[in-house]
Design a protein around this ligand. Structure first.
Ligand code: F6P
Length: 340
């Protein structure tokens, strides 16, 4: 039996560990053959295929990114299930393992509904997929963001400055919450919690009054309570001015103006997504890859692997779609005790 693997959507540390585990387990224990589709769904609809055997995956679990490449192509813009079935038949490929986030899993569900034999592996550094407790990549991103904040702290302390660290998280604040807590930030600002500038200023001043150089962790999708969606969509800030940088760069001058504390913003951006996965992410990704093979062998089409507690489980694609896993109020309140 031949299995096609693809990685789709934004990359994520741990993708290579999934590929390696699937290929090792499948070829060693079950005599499966593998091919890789390049650049996600794009490679599948264009039949851009590479051989994927043990020599190709040896030693890759520690490598960031994906050896297959990735893109945000939607297969339904290029022939959909019919084209996918045609390419699979041409290459003698019986089933697919799609590794990706919400967009990838939504396409995978439509393909499964149309009869394509496909299972899924969830991935996102944002940790916002509702059907799984954790996704690989998140732990690595939190580690990188925490280390960056520790570094910002020493330079901030040396100059008596307020440091604003903007981390990833378009829709949810998991990375900001965890890295901000780990680094002892004086305020954590996340999309789930609209917060007023007055409140932020009071946390900053409180930290300064205790002799600390204030450190703020902000998720890229955070909005001030005075900022509406129309503002951000048009690229305007809370005061209707054009927004050049991210939210960190918007906040820094406002904080400086109101508190008189010199303030600097740093946007971590894709540094959080690149490079070596943490040990936790390698193990989680490896277990996901092994479970995906088990699901292929048991013909669990239309399902994806997920982590529940410490167990590997399988859930329908639909469980991972629609509702994002946001930071619950009680988790934010817990962190908030330490602000200021
Ligand atoms: O994977 C999700 C994410 O990391 C978001 O937090 C971020 O906004 C986005 O990817 C960036 O995507 P791109 O690499 O396409 O700019």
């Amino acid at each position: 039996m031949s299995v096609g693997i693809l990685t789709s959507g934004g990359d994520c540390p741990g993708l290579n560990a999934v590929i390696r585990a699937a290929v090792f387990t499948g070829s060693k224990l079950h005599d499966l053959d593998f091919v890789g589709y390049r650049w996600g769904w794009k490679g599948l609809v264009e039949n851009d295929v590479v051989p994927l055997g043990r020599p190709q995956v040896m030693g890759i679990s520690k490598q960031g990114g994906t050896i297959l490449g990735s893109s945000r192509t939607n297969p339904f813009d290029f022939g959909g299930a019919e084209r996918v079935a045609e390419v699979m038949a041409e290459g003698g490929v019986d089933s697919l393992i799609a590794i990706g986030g919400e967009g990838t899993l939504a396409a995978a569900q439509r393909l499964a509904d149309a009869g394509i034999r496909i299972v899924g592996v969830p991935k996102t550094i944002d940790n916002d997929l509702s059907a799984t407790d954790y996704t690989f990549g998140f732990d690595t991103a939190v580690q990188i963001a925490t280390e960056a904040m520790d570094r910002l702290r020493t330079t901030g302390d040396s100059h008596g400055r307020c440091m604003v660290a903007e981390v990833m998280g378009r829709h949810v604040g998991w990375i900001a919450l965890h890295s901000g807590m780990a680094a002892g930030a004086h305020a954590i600002l996340i999309p789930e919690q609209k917060t007023s500038l007055d409140q932020i200023i009071s946390w900053v001043e409180h930290a300064r009054d205790r002799g600390r150089a204030p450190l703020i962790a902000v998720a890229e999708g955070f909005k001030l309570d005075s900022m509406d969606d129309a503002h951000s969509e048009r690229g305007l800030d809370a005061f209707g001015r054009p927004r050049l940088g991210g939210i960190g760069e918007l906040l820094a001058p406002l904080i400086e103006e109101r508190t008189g504390i010199e303030t600097r913003a740093t946007t971590l951006g894709h540094i959080q997504r690149g490079g070596t996965p943490s040990a936790y992410d390698r193990v989680l990704a490896t277990r996901f890859g092994m479970t995906a093979i088990d699901m292929v062998l048991r013909k669990r089409w239309g399902k994806m692997v997920a982590l529940r507690g410490t167990d590997m489980i399988e859930v329908p694609f639909s469980d991972a779609l629609g509702q994002l896993k946001t930071v619950p109020q009680e988790r934010y309140d817990e962190a908030r005790v330490l602000f200021g």
